[in-house]
Ligand binder design. Structure first.
Ligand code: WQD
Length: 340
């Protein structure tokens, strides 16, 4: 059984990926400092899969602790690296926190890979590297433009660190997966998105408004050059996203990657506006959402969606779940989590 280290494995995308790895007969070890997740996610994973992964709580930005731990954990075959801070707004107000954590964690992981002869790395990247693309949909060859947040910049720099490390060490190989907007939850509702504190992202804000925790959803801007004036994103079900990670790590372990460093866009290929998301949520749940259109949010781009043809062809992967299914799964999870 191949053993996969998943850093950030109790997080939103990490936990869903751990479930899919276990379902595909991988053995999983999680390292997470629980800064944006809770330890009982392990119970959720166990309820779904029957397996509770090996778990370690350390700060991966601490080089000594990271190198020591990875030398103790026996026979890791590959690593999926999710662990990072990801709140765009917070990164603007606290840039050093983001550069120190996100980049030191990655560099420590790569260092530990070299000293422990671990050759394969899948990295959690983001469509934020494209910024506001001039041509849509974005492909993996679309220009990488200067990030408009320190968070987005850490993703761009991280990809360069991985590329340069692989170029310098013939044993290393990696895949960067550029996510669009992950939403939804596992059908069991045992795991899902758990934003600690006020959510930054649209869908948890929708479900928390619908359940009554939030008074009213604010729609940030209706004067964009889009069909209904609200901003457009490519919303991908988190389980579809998780499945792509299993394919990517297998691609490296089976040596079928065509380049030592590969990049794939993971989206649905369809863009939806904020109002379309709200209307779809109301349709699939029967809930009426209290929302108000306000000013644009600083730093938001107008529209982005993925050209998924490269991932579809090379990974033999495409999304299976609709926007409605994703939104309904998010709602079911919200109700279960709140005991409603
Ligand atoms: C989506 C749309 C908002 C909240 C996120 C992550 C980023 C990356 C991509 C992984 C925007 C609007 C939101 C609200 C709103 N993911 N909105 N009211 O900004 O596209 O980026 O996905 O790397 O890390 O942050 O996602 O969900 O915040 O916003 O109107 O209360 O919803 O303006 O148009 P975003 P988001």
């Amino acid at each position: 059984m191949k053993r996969i280290l998943v850093t950030g494995g109790t997080g939103y995308i990490g936990s869903h990926t751990v479930v899919e790895l276990i379902n595909n007969d991988f053995e999983v070890i999680i390292i997470d400092n629980l800064s944006n997740s809770q330890i009982d996610v392990l119970d959720g994973i166990e309820k779904i899969t029957g397996t509770k992964p090996e778990f370690y709580n350390i700060d991966l930005a601490d080089k000594t602790k990271t190198l020591d731990l990875l030398s103790q954990i026996k026979s890791i075959d590959a690593i999926i690296h999710f662990a990072a801070y990801k709140a765009v707004g917070e990164s603007v107000s606290e840039p050093l926190k983001y550069y120190q954590n996100n980049l030191n964690s990655l560099m420590n992981i790569i260092e530990a890979m070299k000293t422990n002869n671990i050759n394969s790395l899948v990295f959690s990247s983001s469509c934020t590297v494209y910024g506001q693309a001039k041509i849509l949909p974005v492909t993996e060859q679309s220009p990488i433009i200067k990030a408009d947040s320190p968070y987005g910049n850490t993703k761009q720099i991280a990809e360069e660190i991985i590329y340069d490390s692989i170029f310098a060490d013939e044993n290393l190989k990696g895949i960067a997966l550029r996510y669009f907007n992950p939403i939804g939850a596992h059908e069991s509702a045992e795991i899902g998105e758990l934003p600690i504190g006020s959510p930054n992202n649209l869908v948890p804000f929708i479900t928390q408004t619908a359940i009554g925790i939030r008074e009213q959803l604010q729609v940030f801007g209706s004067d964009y050059n889009t069909t209904d004036g609200t901003a457009v994103r490519d919303y991908i079900h988190v389980v579809d996203l998780a499945k792509a990670h299993v394919i990517a790590i297998s691609r490296l372990l089976e040596n079928i990657n065509k380049l030592d460093f590969e990049v794939f866009n993971l989206g649905t290929g369809v863009g939806n506006s904020v109002l379309e998301v709200i209307n779809t949520f109301e349709d699939v749940t029967g809930e009426k959402l209290n929302y108000k259109i306000v000013e644009r949010r600083a730093g938001d781009i107008e529209k982005v969606w993925a050209d998924t043809s490269f991932a579809n062809k090379e990974l033999g992967w495409k999304t299976e779940k609709s926007l409605g299914e994703a939104l309904l799964s998010a709602w079911v999870r919200e109700k279960k989590y709140r005991g409603v």
